[in-house]
Design a protein around this ligand. Structure first.
Ligand code: URA
Length: 494
């Protein structure tokens, strides 16, 4: 193995250059992308060939191989595929990763500019394999990491323990920030930890599985969800193990159910075949609302925690999409329900309709960051068509199921002006179907006892659906509405 790696490091271009004692480069343990980059710049600038360098890891930052010379060397102009490969390989635990990458960079800088296109080159092939392993490890972490809720002196925090194969924590963390932006969480691993406080991500020392709180109600939810979605007719143990290797099971509450489910699978399949087909049972929105009201949240965070833990009324959504913006915002905008992008990113109004809304807000002089944006319904409802997830309009029953949340949210945010974007928002705010064309403009939402003023306008997705020739005029009218909203907001805030 060593021999093969040594051979990969040698290249026609590396016969000349610095002879003498090899340069010892010391990088931080783990994935030291910055250290590697600065080291490479100075090594290339000084003409040190790959076989003239040794790479190792040490805790003490004072030991860095080339010291101050690092900072002085200019960045290298590397071809895109090489630049992209570096961060994909560095998290690998293979101790030769830095040497292999440096060999690649050296060759690319010495006449083999298109080396990455030569998939059969042993060095390129090996680096691709390392990058692939990192991709798989990231996928496992994204899919199999499970949080447990903990109450600390500073409130609620979600904690997860995970043992990745490689040093991927830093690379994996942005995924969890996007998914769980509104939650405070910590991910502990044997190599390091990541902490999110709803605004900033910090990296810390290794964690310990003992720091994981006891299982909570959340876990029972995962298990019930897994049991209810487990299809006994599709039990394929080999495929299950390949997709979800056993080493992850001890961190995943739902896997406690697997052995029993597998044992029962054959019997359940027969029963499924024999059973008369039945209509799905309707859920009872009134009961769900009563159960939620019992929980009596005292802050927007407590309310959001309940929403996050609640199952979608219609199955399929990735996560609840919560409102976004400051408590005390003068203007709150209420849309219909999250779309495909919102469901993936866990944030309201980030897809095409949201981008159009942002543009119109900016043209009307409304600061999106100072406004509160939310939806009448908190989960994405869709129909799958091939690979696409096509938005489905929520029913009146679904809107009323989620209305308790919207009302409480508006209690906590206490805006001076609430803007209903489209018919579903109007239905949620008034309890009635009110035609937008007639009600467009300032409006009193009587249900709220004048706690805020109201305004009704169209939903931005309506503008997207219009034929091209009608778009411009409709958009201008929408921006005009938002200008009125802005003026009203100014007046109410004064
Ligand atoms: N449409 C909405 O009503 N809300 C969103 O968050 C996105 C699209």
């Amino acid at each position: 193995m060593r021999k093969a790696a040594d051979a990969m490091l040698r290249s026609p271009a590396s016969g000349h250059g610095n002879a003498g004692a090899p340069r010892a480069m010391l990088l931080r343990p783990g994935a030291d992308l910055d250290g590697f980059r600065t080291a490479v710049r100075s090594l290339v600038a000084e003409g040190v060939p790959p076989e003239g360098v040794t790479w190792s890891e040490a805790d003490s930052p004072g030991l860095f191989g080339t010291g101050a010379a690092h900072a002085l060397s200019p960045p290298l102009a590397l071809p895109k595929p090489v630049a992209a490969l570096i961060p994909q390989v560095i998290p690998h635990r293979d101790p030769e990763r830095y040497g292999l990458l440096y060999a690649l960079i050296w060759r690319v800088c010495h006449g083999e500019r298109h080396l990455m296109e030569v998939g059969s080159d042993p060095l390129v092939h090996r680096l691709h394999r390392l990058a692939k392993a990192i991709g798989r490890d990231l996928h496992k972490m994204h899919a199999f990491l499970r949080f447990r809720r903990a109450e600390g002196p500073d409130g609620e925090r979600y904690i997860a323990w995970f043992e990745p194969d490689h040093h991927i924590l830093e690379a994996a963390a942005p995924f969890f920030v996007n998914r769980f932006r509104g939650m405070r969480w910590s991910i502990l691993t044997p190599d390091g930890s990541a902490h999110w406080d709803t605004e900033a991500l910090t990296l810390g020392p290794p964690g310990d599985r003992a720091q994981l709180p006891e299982g909570d109600g959340f876990e029972a939810g995962w298990q019930t969800y897994y049991e209810s979605t487990f299809n006994p007719a599709r039990t394929n143990l080999k495929a299950m193990r390949a997709e979800m290797p056993k080493k992850y099971w001890h961190n995943m509450p739902e896997t406690a159910a697997i052995p029993a489910l597998v044992r029962a699978a054959a019997g359940r399949t027969e029963a499924m075949i024999e059973r008369e087909p039945t209509m799905p049972t309707r859920r009872d929105p009134a009961r769900a609302v009563a159960a939620m009201a019992d929980q009596d949240p005292k802050t927007l965070e407590e309310l959001n925690a309940i929403i996050r833990r609640t199952e979608p009324l219609v199955a399929g959504a990735t996560q609840a999409v919560l409102g976004e913006g400051p408590v005390g915002a003068t203007i709150a905008f209420v849309g219909e329900q999250p779309g495909d992008q919102e469901d993936r990113q866990g944030r309201p109004f980030v897809g095409p309709a949201g981008q159009l809304l942002s543009r119109a807000m900016a043209e009307a002089g409304i600061d999106r960051g100072a406004s509160y944006l939310t939806n009448a319904v908190k989960h994405f409802k869709f129909e799958e068509r091939g690979k696409r997830r096509i938005h489905q309009k929520p029913t009146a029953g679904e809107v009323s199921h989620y209305r308790w949340w919207l009302d409480r949210e508006l209690d906590f945010v206490a805006p001076k002006l609430v803007v209903a974007l489209g018919a579903t928002a109007v239905l949620a705010l008034t309890g009635k179907a009110v035609p937008i064309t007639r009600a467009r403009g300032p409006f009193r939402f009587d249900r709220f006892d004048n706690r805020f003023q109201g305004f009704i306008t169209v939903h931005p997705s309506y503008l997207l659906r219009l034929p091209d020739e009608a778009k411009e005029e409709a958009y201008a009218a929408f921006v005009d509405d938002l200008r009125r909203v802005e003026a009203l907001g100014q007046e109410l805030a004064a």
